[in-house]
Design a protein. Structure first.
Length: 135
């Protein structure tokens, strides 16, 4: 069994992918589906369910603040414009996830004795299904 460390993971944005640099963390990406109860009269003692609509959710992308970083400025521009862009996250084993998302939030943390960081919340828009490619 191989243990992978996340530090070699990279995230790219755009149709001619550009790596987003200065990334400190990529939050949990969790795909879920609604549960729809479809129990009918005459059923025994158990409710029954079917899968409903899927949601690829949101995740936080935290970067070390750099006012001159063009990729970070691009994320702010995307937030202001409300546009979706293609993204690709490549994991340490070379598997990857592709999806389209828009920036739904921008925040900055300025602790007095730590590095200044900016967090971009990305909403996977579901316009096309996120695709995971195994290594």
């Amino acid at each position: 069994m191989t243990t992978y460390l996340g530090k070699t993971t990279k995230i790219e944005v755009g149709t001619s992918p550009i790596e987003i640099t200065g990334v400190d963390s990529i939050g949990d990406i969790s795909v879920t589906a609604d549960e729809i109860e479809d129990t009918v009269y005459g059923s025994e003692k158990w409710k029954t369910f079917v899968q409903g609509l899927k949601d690829a959710g949101t995740f936080d992308l935290t970067v070390n603040y750099d006012s001159g970083n063009t990729q970070h400025k691009g994320l702010v521009t995307s937030f202001k414009a409300g546009t979706s862009d293609p993204y690709k996250i490549t994991f340490p084993d070379s598997s990857y996830l592709t999806f389209t998302a828009f920036v739904s939030g921008v925040s900055m943390a300025t602790p007095k004795d730590e590095k200044v960081q900016r967090t971009f919340t990305l909403r996977i828009d579901g316009k096309s299904a996120p695709a995971f490619s195994e290594a």
